[in-house]
Design a protein around this ligand. Structure first.
Ligand SMILES: Cc1cc2nc3c(=O)[nH]c(=O)nc-3n(C[C@H](O)[C@H](O)[C@H](O)COP(=O)(O)OP(=O)(O)OC[C@H]3O[C@@H](n4cnc5c(N)ncnc54)[C@H](O)[C@@H]3O)c2cc1C
Length: 386
């Protein structure tokens, strides 16, 4: 659908989006099924994104990034996820995991890490979740103690995207366990640091192209200068990163759901039962009406949230939570119904719908479950900060 949008793009932005749309169709979509089947990280997508300068397209130009605003970045994620969610996740993850350095890094830390992340020469991870602390961030147990001129880290992290392959990760640790969430600090840990080791690589329902790892810290020593932001300021850094990252999850959910509609519509027009195309049955048309309405509502809310973030508006937190909630719940509903449109064939691996159905589920869980999004929104509605 083409609309006169209040979120219009400049000619240059439009050109980037058209390029991405074409590349996603011609180069990424053909690999989507194999990446899922083989559960492998799509190196070819990473290479392509590096060539196109997309890895840091949302990072500021002064660090070698593309300086794109959130609205354009999210539209890129949307177009890529429409064809290959595993590939979209590369762009989303790199941007999300670079955010702590961008928001809280010293000039030296930014210069050391951001240009390499923007070029895709290095990859980043965001290590917050632990076996005993998921939604309840304040209860993390990983401990960092200042001993001499460095922090010594002990503990473990769970579900860390790219934990097995990131060159640098932001690790959230308790630096003062007596102070709850006010005793958390963010510390940069580079790959290869003694005391840092890889635990399990998780087997997942979907998104097998995005490795998820357990990370273990045993007397892992890093220099004191690796502290990111203020001592005990880690909780605020984590929350600010999640606020910025949520629109990325929403964008992937919108794209994925649109991809499911595209695939189901192609099938519905061709499949014949009772002497006619199933697309002619009103019951099927109503499924498409509901799917398209849910996706369009999610998309408009996403663009609104991006616009608010880009202008530094006061409602960015609430809107990004709303966009993530609506888009991921819609993606789950849409992919479920798109499988139904294909009948038994929707359940087979011969068609992309069962993969999309599995991929949609994680969007309701990551970067704060949708129950947590509801908590954020509910609190902001009832106890507004502005
Ligand atoms: C594929 C994948 C990739 C991930 N990548 C990363 C990563 O890179 N870095 C990282 O740090 N984490 C990552 N995560 C972890 C993810 O952020 C957590 O799984 C998520 O925050 C939920 O935590 P949990 O799994 O421990 O669930 P829990 O917090 O134990 O929640 C279990 C259930 O209880 C509900 N619940 C919990 N508290 C409340 C409450 N107060 N009110 C109502 N309901 C509640 C939840 O919504 C959920 O339904 C990833 C997870 C997955 C699956």
């Amino acid at each position: 659908m083409s609309l006169e949008s209040p979120y219009a793009l400049t000619d240059a932005e439009q050109a980037i989006l058209e390029l991405v749309t074409r590349v996603a169709r011609e180069k990424l979509e053909p690999n989507a099924e194999a990446i899922d089947r083989e559960e492998r990280f799509p190196e070819e997508s990473l290479r392509l994104f590096k060539e196109l300068g997309l890895m840091g397209c949302h990072l500021p130009e002064e660090y070698g990034g593309g300086g794109l605003r959130s609205l354009v970045f999210c539209r890129i994620l949307e177009e890529v996820a429409r064809k290959c969610a595993n590939s979209a996740n590369i762009l989303s993850q790199q941007d999300f995991a670079a955010t702590p350095i961008l928001l809280a890094g010293t000039p030296q830390q930014k210069q050391k890490y951001l240009p390499a992340l923007a070029q895709g020469e290095k990859l980043a991870a965001f290590a917050l979740t632990e076996p005993n602390a998921g939604s309840d961030v304040s209860s993390i147990e990983t401990r960092a103690e200042l001993r001499g001129d460095g922090y010594v880290i002990n503990g473990s992290k769970q579900f860390i995207t790219w934990g097995n392959m990131a060159h640098v990760m932001t690790v959230f640790c308790k630096t003062d366990p007596s102070r709850g969430h006010k005793g958390i600090s963010a510390i940069l840990v580079e790959r290869g640091t003694p005391g840092l080791s890889l635990g399990r690589l998780e087997k997942k329902l979907g998104m097998g192209g995005s490795p998820t790892a357990q990370i273990i810290f045993e007397d892992c020593r890093v220099p004191e200068e690796n502290l990111l932001g203020e001592l005990h300021g880690g909780f605020t850094i984590a929350m600010n990163c999640l606020e910025r990252g949520r629109v990325g999850v929403a964008a992937m959910a919108v794209g994925l759901a649109q991809g499911a509609i595209d695939a189901a519509a192609r099938y519905a027009r061709e499949r014949r039962q009772f002497g006619k195309s199933i697309a002619e049955f009103q019951a099927i048309q109503f499924i498409f009406a509901d799917m398209a309405t849910a996706v369009e509502a999610s998309r408009q809310l996403l663009y609104c949230a991006c616009h608010e973030a880009d202008r530094g508006g006061p409602n960015a937190n609430r809107l990004s939570a709303m966009a993530k909630l609506l888009a991921s719940d819609s993606a789950m509903e849409v992919t479920t119904n798109a499988v139904q449109v294909l009948g038994g064939y929707g359940y087979l691996k011969d068609f992309p719908l069962e993969r999309m159905f599995r991929e949609a589920k994680v969007m309701q869980i990551v970067e704060g479950t949708n129950q947590i999004q509801r908590l954020i929104i509910g609190r902001e509605v009832l106890f507004p900060r502005n």
